[in-house]
Each structure stands twice: as C-alpha cells, then as structure tokens.
Design a protein. Structure first.
Ligand SMILES: Cc1ncc(COP(=O)(O)O)c(C=O)c1O
Length: 484
C-alpha cells in the first residue's frame, strides 16, 4: 500500500435502530455488518465505517465500537489493517457470486449535441474560429475585477436566478444608450447566450421553430435535442434573404418562432439590411410567429459603430439575446436575454429549475468591469485592431485565392464566408489543410439537407495577421491543387 494521505472510502451501513441514535449498541453494529455480509452485499475489501465515525454519528464510545469490530474479526468477517481500518474479508466459497446487470439510464440515441469536435491542436492555425485572439482581450483588467469582487462582503452566499441586479442595471443602461429601451427587471443574465437559447427553447409552447439555413449549428442541435421541429430558411450571404421563398416556407410549416442572428450571422457573416428587418417584422405579424434575435455581433462592427437591432424596431415582443463571451473572455460564459414583463416569469422559472442561478461572483466581476468603464474602453481599443486584421485578411484573400473562389465582406464580426467551386471536396480539403498545420471547419450539419452553399467559415480574429496569412497560404494552395 503506497503511502498516501487520501483515505479509502468506507461502505454505508444501515443500522436499524429506530428512535434515539444514542441507543446503538455493540450488538447492533455486529448485527448490521453480519446481515449485509451474509447476504453478499458487502463487497470483499471494502472498508467499514471508521470507529470515530460511529462515535460521531451514534455517540458509541470508541471502545465499544472497537469491541464490535474485534468481534467481527474473531468471526472471520473482517480484518484489522493497522492504521487503515477494518476491511471486509472474502466470503468462503459457497456459491458463485452473481453479478447484477443494471439497467442503463435511457438517453437520447446518438445525441447530436454531445458529439463534440476533437480538441484542436495548440500549434494548428485555426482558420475558422469564432474567437478573438487572447492578445486583444483585457485579461489583466478582468483579473483585477475578479480579485476585487472576491473581497466584497455579502456575495458569497447570494444568488439570484435572474442575475445580479447591479449588473442587470448596467446592461439595461448600456442597451438604452444604444437605442434599445431596456429595464433591469426585463433582463435575465445567462451562462453565455447558449443558455439563453436553452431557456427560450424550453419555455416555447410552439414545437416548430424556423431559423436561417445555414444557422448557428449548436443552436440548431439544441432545439432538435428539445424535440423541436427546426425549419431552415435559406440564407445566401451574397444575395441576402430570399423573403418570398421564406414566406412560402413559413406559410407551409407555420413555425411558432424564428431564431435569427441579425448582425454577422454565424457562419456566413451576413448582416440583415434594415429593409429586411422591417419585412421580417411584417412577416412575424402576418404569420404570428415570435422573433428571437441573437445579436452576438453587435459589438464587433467596424469603427465601433452601432446598428439598431430588430428589437429596436420591433419593440418588446422581440426576444433579444446577446453575450459578452467572445468579446471579453470566452471562459467568462456570460450572456443575457432581454424580454418583457409578460414573459419574464416563464423564462425565469425555467432558468431557476435548470440551474438555480448563474455564478454571482462572475456576474459581479463583470458588473465591476462595466462599472469602471473597462468594457467600452476595451471595445474602443480592440475594434481598430480587428478592423486592421479584417483588412489584412481581405488583402491576402485577394492576393492568394484562385479564380472561382469568392468571399463575403461583412465589415465586422469575426467571420467571413469563403465560397469555393463545387468540385472542391470540402472534407478532403479540410484533411489536407490539417496535414499542413491549419484547420478549417466545413460545418455541413449547420445546413438543412444538402448545403446550398459550398464553402467554409473563416475567422480572421483568432490569430494576428502574420500567422493567419500563413494559414491562408496553405488553404489557397490546397484549393488550387483540388481545382487542378
Ligand atoms: C450566433 C451564436 N449565438 C450564440 C452562441 C453561443 O455563444 P455563448 O454561449 O458563448 O455566448 C454562439 C457561439 O459561437 C454563436 O455563434
């Protein structure tokens, strides 16, 4: 037995002694062990509860407990291992031990949401990431705020299913300044916008939801996991939303809600025009479906500009979701949804039963961060860098890509859609690029049925331009080879 400070676990014993625990006797202990031993329920080698535990739990004197165990030693049922405790002996070979086959818990078969991507190698150049490079993120300032809130009295035992109230107030003020009327009481803080989608999906009475095709795939998987019928409305980032086509699909399938990403849609990078947003509001009224707006990209517009989201035009029935994760620190996992007083109770009830609440400490740290003005300062400092990286990416694409390849020019957000000729086998391309140290994602299952686009998501914000450019060279080279 190697020396270790970790004690072995001990078995649970059922000691039948109704009434006061103080009446447990030496005989009770012996009887309890014998009963379970003889029925084969104490696995050989398992440790009996330590003497001091019996003393603590039942008030049994240590001498009495020792005496009970020594009696069991004498009966050949347990063995005393010095300093480790009393252990159950193997049963004399009487009959074959039958192993009990437990029924497995029933899970959703082939659950799509648990099929995670293999972890990217650290040295790979990620060409399709949605993350922003760590050198652009305000780590030292976040650490300061976390350290500060750890010292704040009163936070340790406090949580609120709706989210830390001072944080909600600051979020509401921020939205207000951007032309989205908001009040703290209509905001629910979530563990990233992914949890906002989860809450909304669970709370929705309608079981048919529409979304763009392609759409944010993990959102699609989530709705499918929630047994919803998910309808895809084809979105071509080069030509926009085919609103007539959408109307036909909506008419045919009658979704109860439409989940859409209005700024820098993932994966296409598409942003809706104001005219399209207005048309969607009309469609929503005509066909009576709710709008769930995912505004993940609004803080990543070039020159730190801002465009009004659907919520600003459509009013408080538009459910608005946003997140700090990508722009601040992916591991902070903080997002929120803005609803209205009518539906808040349902959403809050769902969040409460699912998680009780998010981490108050993290919420308070973000609150501190916003309060000190760090978030806006960070965005102001980061956006020019992202703008420069975006420009560099476009210039490199122009210089490197062969004829027939085209790409979107979203002007912000972390993604560009790169469309390649159909005769390039995307999976083969991904494999070949990976062999040379770069990674691309083809995101086939972010589409509905056969993809109507043929390309990949590019994320220019993950690596500084020099490194990203090396990846683009590999990609362009492999596309050219595939076209030969
Ligand atoms: C469009 C969109 N919405 C929501 C999410 C979920 O993000 P998070 O939970 O990190 O806020 C993502 C993640 O990439 C996304 O791309």
């Amino acid at each position: 037995m190697p020396h270790t400070s970790i004690r072995e676990p001990y078995v649970r014993l059922r000691i039948d002694k109704p009434g006061s625990a103080a009446t447990v006797t030496r005989g009770d202990i012996i009887q309890a062990v014998m009963r379970e031993y003889s029925s084969g329920q104490l696995p050989p080698g398992s440790r009996l509860p330590p003497v001091r535990v019996l003393h603590h739990q039942f008030g049994l004197s240590k001498n009495t407990a020792h005496a009970a165990y020594e009696e069991l030693v004498a009966r050949g049922v347990v063995k005393n291992h010095k300093r480790r405790g009393y252990f159950v002996q193997r049963q004399p070979a009487r009959r074959q031990q039958t192993s009990i086959v437990q029924p497995a818990p029933l899970l959703v078969p082939d659950c799509p949401a648990v099929a995670s991507r293999p972890r990217a190698r650290r040295d790979l150049i990620e060409l399709s990431s949605v993350f922003i490079a760590r050198e652009l993120l305000p780590l030292p300032r976040i650490s300061e705020c976390i350290r500060r809130v750890l010292k704040k009295p009163g936070l340790q035992y406090m949580y609120d299913a709706q989210g830390y109230e001072p944080l909600r107030r600051l979020i509401a003020q921020r939205l207000d300044r951007r032309g989205i009327p908001a009040q703290a009481r209509d905001i629910v803080v979530t563990t990233g916008s992914q949890q906002a989608l989860d809450i909304v999906g669970r709370a929705l009475r309608a079981r048919c939801i529409a979304t763009e095709d392609p759409t944010y795939g993990i959102g699609k998987q989530l709705f499918e996991l929630q047994h919803m019928q998910v309808i895809g409305l084809p979105l071509n980032p080069f030509t926009g939303a085919d609103l007539d086509g959408w109307r036909h699909r909506i008419e045919a399938s009658k979704p109860g809600a439409f989940y859409l990403t209005t700024n820098f849609q993932n994966p296409t990078g598409y942003s809706y025009s104001t005219a399209e947003l207005m048309a969607l509001l009309r469609l929503s009224r005509e066909y009576r479906f709710g709008l769930i707006e995912d505004d993940w990209g609004s803080d990543m517009l070039s020159y730190s500009e801002f465009r009004p989201p659907l919520r600003a035009f459509g009013g408080e029935e538009v459910l608005y979701i946003n997140s700090f994760t990508k722009k601040l620190l992916p591991s902070l996992r903080l997002g929120y949804l803005l609803c209205n007083s009518r539906i808040l109770p349902s959403l809050l009830a769902v969040k409460r039963v699912c998680t009780l609440a998010s981490s108050t400490l993290i919420e308070a740290a973000l609150c501190e961060f916003l309060e000190r003005g760090y978030f806006d300062a960070h965005l102001r400092a980061m956006q020019p860098q992202l703008d420069a990286w975006y420009q560099s990416c476009l210039a490199r694409l122009q210089a490197l890509m062969p004829e027939g390849v085209r790409w979107t020019t979203p002007g912000g957000g972390p993604n560009i859609w790169l469309e390649v000729p159909r005769r390039v086998d995307l999976q083969r391309l991904a494999d070949r690029v990976a062999l040379r140290g770069a990674a691309i994602q083809t995101l086939r299952d972010w589409f509905f049925g056969t993809p109507h686009l043929h390309g990949i998501r590019l994320g220019y914000a993950q690596h500084p331009p020099e490194r990203f450019s090396v990846g683009l060279e590999i990609l362009a080279d492999e596309i050219r080879r595939a076209l030969r």
